[in-house]
Design a protein around this ligand. Sequence first.
Ligand code: PQQ
Ligand code: CA
Length: 689
Amino acid sequence: MRKPLTLLALVLALGGCQKSAPDVEWQSHSGPDAQRYSTLADIDRGNVGRLGLAFAHDLETDRGQEATPIMVGGVLYVVSAYDVVEALDARDGHRLWRYDPDVRAATARGCCGPVSRGVAVADGKVYLGAIDGRLIALDARSGQVLWQTQTVDQADPLAVNYTITGAPRVVKDMVLIGNGGAEFGARGYVSAYDRSSGRLRWRFYTVPPKPGRVDHAASDPVMARAAQTWAGQWWRYGGGGTVWDAIEYDPKSDLIYIGTGNGSPWNHGMRSAGQGDNLFLSSIVALRADTGRYVWHYQEVPGDSWDYTATQNMVMARLTINGTPRDVLMQAPKNGYFYVLDRRTGQFLSGKPFMPMNWSRGIDPHSGRPDIDPQARYYQTGQARFQFPSSGGAHNWPPMAFSPQTGLVYIPAQDVGMVYAPANAEKQVVGAYTSGVAMAGGGHMDAAATRALYSGMKGYLIAWDPVAQRERWRVKQVAPFNGGVLATGGHLVFAGNTAGQLQAFDDTTGRVLWSFPAQTGVLAPPITYRLQGTQYVAVMAGWGGGWPLTGGVMALQAGKTIGPNRLLVFALDGKAKLPPLVAPSGPPPRAIIDVAPAINAQYARGDGLYGRFCLRCHGAGAVSAGAYPDLRQSPLVMSDAFPQIVLNGALAPRGMPSFAGQLTRADLDAIRIYLARRSYEDLAGAPQK
Ligand SMILES: O=C(O)c1cc(C(=O)O)c2c(n1)C(=O)C(=O)c1cc(C(=O)O)[nH]c1-2
Ligand SMILES: [Ca+2]
């Protein structure tokens, strides 16, 4: 018996030499059970210190990266700002093809920059949601367009307000996509398209139609029930409930879960006469996969008025709660509660604050309904209120991850408040930010107050025990708004931060085991894969999106956050180097105006207009985070070119839209006065360093 055994051992050993460990792909946006967890453990706590850059791929834009790369068949599929898709060899970053949907002129739309959270890949096709509302199927080998379809009804008077920033999801033989736009005026929905033909299969609206109207391809009987929770003339504003990020599928129950967004406008008084829960805003809704029919819902924020979206990523797991194993769905949305639901029935199991809050005083354990502090209802009190969390959320889109090994959820959380001041009479202007809330720092707050507010903001990576509903550890970050998370079988948690690092943490203690200077803030979630025996970790690096764009002051506080946008890929003993970061040189920021312009009614008007039309790219208080020009120093503001740019679209090909029809010449003059004053106070008035 000895001889054959030895032979067998030899054969096995030889085989081991030739064959490396099997390839492991990253096939879908959030991975199995949407956990953003990989069993790969070649990189672990013991050797992560040897992790080095394997290769980097320069992206064409510096407008912010939010995408989860997909790795299938040895090819990385990435999408960068302006929805440019690239297919790269996953071993060395060598480019196979590039597809540009040419959306630069359309990117005025949207609250948060021309970002994309990813593509989906299946059956030799790459699916892309473009910011202008198109869903596009590409040939995965060549990048050629196979089909495309406009997901936004162009006859809708609000059509221009809709965007797509989220990643499409492949479910069965369909591809699903939602959209964004509830800061402008939009009615949320999710649509399922036939993967081979691009034909619409079903559509589920999250908000009932104007009474009397019948929706094309969508007549779910539940809409009649939803309509009873609305009042006023919500359809004029769209109502909100946009499905701009989380969509997950559970093969076990054959249900699709969508997370729905805030009310549009935020102000419940304007939107729904201050009455009703407004189903299905700020909710998790379960739909039957094949039909899109309503199955259950759980509303996190009845009558939302604070941009408290429930679109943040959802994670599925089997947890033992009070001795009973349960299939749960977990979410840590903007509103600051960590939720655990039974994912078959939607039953509320538990909800506890993971960050400080003062909008709600708890959740009724039986109904799952939050007790909302009456002081939070600014549209009723007429008072400005400093509230936690802010509209940026205690957790925003950078995804959390769950490790089945530790049973912990890792959340990029933030402790940030904001002032909600009612603007009850705000008019709906198509293409303009319409929230019914005065935008703090737009101005409505002077630069010093804005700075004070930002300096109190804190960001963390927290490890949360979803069964005990309590925090296990936290790591303090330099500033809020940090990167999405990946957990691995190597007992590691990977996440980027605003201060420009990608880091690896011990999943049990939170100890930082490895850190890489990415030369830019990292918000996108990392992925990992194994190819030809090597485990890689990949991340899209590039600061952008809603928070950084508006929070220019905070960007400066966090340090060097804006830098070259790249795909960064790491492996053990990787030896590649990034070129040294060239510090921006040249003269210090200069004021466009060095004499004090008067503060008068024009200033206040310009302040308000700036808040609705300019702030979302050029920054709160006109302090730019760097990706877009700082208007306090742009000589163009005072030149004759200004109306050409703002009203005639002279810079549209570079991403600066035309505001013709929304702003008048007189409006431009008011905006100039606002900018001149900001320029004088912040730059000319400040002592030069
Ligand atoms: O209500 C909406 O339709 C909507 C859409 C989006 C989006 O599509 O990016 C964001 C938000 N809301 C939002 O509230 C928010 O905080 C946000 C941050 C970001 C981002 O990319 O950084 N997008 C969005
Ligand atoms: Ca929103």
